[in-house]
Design a binder for this molecule. Sequence first.
Ligand code: CMC
Length: 428
Amino acid sequence: MSEIAKIELDGKIFELPVVTGTENEKAIDISKLRGQSGYITLDRGFKNTGSCTSAITFLDGEKGILRYRGYPIEQLAENASFLEVTYLILRGELPTPVQLKAFEERIDNHTLVHEDMKRFFEAYPAKAHPMGILASMICSMSTFYPESQDPNRSKEAFELSIIRLIAKLPTLAAMVYKNTVRHPFMYPKNDLGYVENFMYMTWGMPTEDYEPDPVVASALNKLLILHADHEQNCSASTVRIVGSSQANLYASVSAGISALWGPLHGGANQAVIEMLEMIQADGGGLDKWIAKAKDKEDPFRLMGFGHRVYKNFDPRATIIKKACDDILEKLGVNDPSLAIAKQLEEVALNDEYFKSRGLYPNVDFYSGIIYKAMGIPTEMFTVMFALGRLPGWIAQWKEMLDNGDPIGRPRQVYTGETVRDFVPLDKR
Ligand code: CMC
C-alpha cells in the first residue's frame, strides 16, 4: 500500500500522498492541499521543497554523494570526456563509440556563430562583465534561429537547438574573452576536441601556431565535468521555471546564465579569488577575516564556503582540491592564493562556528585558483562554470517539458496593507 502523510488543520485531518524516489528519498505531495484545506505551505528559498521529480542527477548532501544518471562523479571526472558526460546527461545512457563520434561530428558542424553576432561586441563598454555579454549573446541566438521559438515545434528543430547551443557556447565564451583583452576573434578549428577547440579560440592568435597544452586540456575537461549538472540549483531551477512558460531554450538558458552570475551561486568562483587576493593584500592574517565571517552584523562571508545541500563535504571540492595541487605543480605555478586558501580551510574546518553549521569548502573554493593558473582572467571564471553547466541546464529544461510539468508559479502569504480607499492627490 502506498504511504500517506496526515496533516491536521482546523480540527480536520487531510491525507497527502508520499512520493518515493529510486534512492528512497521521500516527499509529501502537497499540490492538492490548498484545494482541500485552504492552506498553502511556506518555504522561503525552497529550503525543503521539491519542485519536480527528476531522473538526471542524484545527490546526498549528508553523505557527499553526487551521481549523473547513476554514475559516480569521481568515476566520470577521472575517466570520461566532457562530451561523453554531456551525452550521458542529455540522453540518460553513456554513448557507444559510434554514438559518441556521431555526436561529436554533429557538434563540430555547428561551432561557427553567425557573422552578424560579431557586431554586437563592438557596442559593449570595454569593462563590460563577461557574464552580462554571454547571457545577452545566448538570448540573441533565439533571434537568429526563429524556428527555436516554439519548444514543441518538432523533435528535429528541438534537437538542433540543443546541438547549436552546445557547439556555439565555447565559441561565444572565447569571443567574450577575446573582447575583454581586445584581441582578434579566432574561428573554431574543428579537427580539435571540444575542450582543445575552446582553448585554441581563447589563447590562439591568427599570427602564431597554437598547440593546446594537454595538462591544461585535461584539467579543463575535469572541471567541466564536475560542473555539468547539480540537480535543482538556482540556475537550473531558473531554466526550468522560465522554460515552463514555453519560452524557447536559448531564452531559458540565458536566464540560467544570469542566475549563475550571482556570487552566492556560480559567481562565487570569482568572489573567492577576489577574497583571497584581498586577504593577501591585507597582510595574509586570517583571524580578522574569520571573525568578520562569523559576525552577523558584518555582510562579509567566507566565499567558497557552505552549501545549501552539502553539509559534510562537497565531493566536487575534494576532486578539485587534488586537481589544483596537480595542475599548479605541472604548470610550475606558485600562487600565494593557494597557500592562503589552504590555511583558511584549515582554520575554518577547526572552528566551532563553521563546524556546527556544516560549512565546508564548496566546488568554487579551489576552481578559481586553477583558472587563474591557466591564465583565465578573474571575471571570466563564471563563464567557465557556465560552459560546464550547459548540459545540465538543457537536460533539466528538456525533462521539464517531457514530464509535462505545469507552469512554475509559486504562491505567497500576503503581508501588506488590507483594503483601503484611494485618497486624491490634493488631499494627501
Ligand atoms: N560564511 C559565513 N557564514 C556562513 C557562510 C559563509 N560562507 N555560509 C553560511 N553561513 C552561515 C549563515 O550565516 C547561517 O548562520 P546562522 O544559522 O547563524 O544564521 C548558516 O551558516 C546557514 O547559512 P544559510 O545562509 O542559511 O545557508 P543557505 O543554504 O541559505 O546558503 C550558501 C547557502 C551557499 C548561499 C551560503 O553558504 C553562502 O553564502 N556561501 C558563500 C557563497 C558561496 O560560496 N556560494 C557557492 C555555492 S557552491 C556553487 C554552486 O553550486 O552554486
